[in-house]
Design a protein around this ligand. Structure first.
Ligand SMILES: [Zn+2]
Length: 429
């Protein structure tokens, strides 16, 4: 099966090409990009006309909680601890596997309709959760979040192991991480056990770290050292690490982390919404750390539209450093694409449009008055693009959405009804 995306203005994110935007035809055989040519004249089973459209790699959301769409915008006036303890965790105890299925399905569709083709989840892996992932065809770094502060450490780990063993070879689209929730909800013994498992299975560890100052203080009191040094003490730096947030890292922590296989997932909107602060990612990038972008769950993140979150990434650094030159739009686009792929260990597969890579590609329609004129397309993508500009999403060569219409067998109205019933049942407000 040959699919050709013709006449698009293509942003490949392939630095070897030395061009940010070029007119190219993209030839896809089954799931793989096989040719990039100014004009392709060969055979095709399907042609997608991208004339006057923008074609770019699908976005990579490196930290989210897909099962948390039910909690969208529930954190007004809550700090992180109160929100988790008083609002989220009591309701989560009552969620059924089917509730999480519908909540996850909603998030997957929201992702696809806003141009995200890969995400790294960090939620509780009920069996129905993975069904939602499979049904939508999104690429996923999957897990089941684990912690032992509630006395259920072994039980949670058994759930993860079962899901991993049952699904690890099921699909090219699904890979796994081990996800201890945080240093404050996991004991040192438990973290060491997870480290050994990560090394045995050769999986990355995805963990929240230094999200706010209270957490940093608590960890310093508990271990008598800064959080990054706790990672070292417990041997976690031997693993590939995906560190969500890192709103606060001191210079000696940056110095330590930059010499290991560590990626930092910046979650700007969630950090603002929960009053956590602003991560100085410019400093992390300058020190050679791989930085990428996450939305976090909709509870604190409002939405999981990566275009919306990219805007904050750029504006916040300029404001934080009081210098508009600290970051440019292309840098931000890298964080949302190729850097995300590196963080998740998928850089050989996705993150850029290159021959031999999987076809995870989105198409943007810039005919809308709100983005007219488009003198600087890269800047428009980062500052002035929203979900509704994404008209086509292709994942692993399969067109999942075209002209904003989902091509998978999911009825959005039925889904909204199911979600309404869950909200009523659990009295989420
Ligand atoms: Zn999170």
């Amino acid at each position: 099966m040959i699919k050709v995306i013709k006449n698009g203005n293509v942003i490949t994110m392939d630095e070897k090409r030395n061009k940010q935007i070029e007119k190219l035809d993209i030839v896809i055989q089954d799931d793989t990009i096989i040719k990039l040519e100014p004009t392709y004249l060969g055979d095709a089973d399907e042609i997608i006309d991208a004339s006057s459209k923008i074609v770019m790699p699908g976005l990579i959301n490196c930290h989210t909680h897909l099962g948390m769409s039910l909690f969208r915008c529930t954190n007004d006036n809550y700090n992180l601890n109160d929100w988790l303890n008083k609002k989220i965790w009591p309701i989560e105890d009552k969620l059924t596997s089917k509730d999480i299925y519908y909540s996850t399905l909603l998030s997957c569709i929201e992702s696809i309709k806003s141009g995200t083709t890969t995400s790294a989840d960090d939620y509780f892996g009920y069996p129905d959760f993975i069904e939602a992932i499979k049904e939508t065809g999104i690429r996923e770094l999957f897990t089941s979040c684990v912690m032992d502060s509630d006395g259920n450490g072994d039980k949670r780990l058994d759930i993860f192991k079962k899901l991993y063993n049952e699904n690890k070879d099921m699909s090219d689209l699904i890979t796994f991480s081990i996800a201890p929730h945080s240093l404050y909800t996991c004991s040192s013994l438990y973290l060491e056990k997870l480290r050994d498992l990560a090394l045995k299975y050769n999986l990355p560890i995805h963990i929240h770290l230094s999200e706010n100052l209270d957490e940093v203080k608590e960890i310093k009191q508990k271990y008598n050292m800064k959080p990054a040094f706790v990672l070292e003490k417990l041997g976690l730096l031997k693993c590939k690490l995906i560190l969500a947030h890192c709103t606060y890292l001191d210079d000696d922590e940056i110095e330590l982390l930059k010499n290991h296989d560590v990626s930092i997932v910046h979650n700007p909107v969630s950090n603002l919404n929960l009053g956590c602060g602003i991560a100085p990612i410019k400093k992390y990038i300058d020190n050679g750390l791989n930085v990428c972008i996450g939305t976090d769950g909709q509870g604190s993140a409002i939405n999981i539209d990566m275009f919306y979150h990219m805007t904050f990434v750029d504006l916040l650094q300029k404001g934080l450093y009081k210098d508009p030159t600290v970051m440019n739009s292309y840098d931000v686009l890298k964080l949302a694409t190729i850097n995300g792929a590196k963080a998740l260990g998928l850089e050989d597969k996705v993150g850029s449009i290159e021959i031999g890579k999987k076809a995870d590609i989105i198409i943007l329609d810039y005919d809308d008055i709100s983005i007219y004129p488009t003198a600087n397309i890269i800047s428009q993508i980062v500052h002035n693009t929203r979900n509704y500009h994404v008209i086509t999403s292709i994942i692993n060569g399969k067109t999942i959405m075209h002209n904003r219409k989902l091509l998978i067998n999911i009825n959005e109205n039925n889904l909204k009804n199911e979600i309404d019933n869950i909200m009523l049942k659990l009295d989420i407000h």
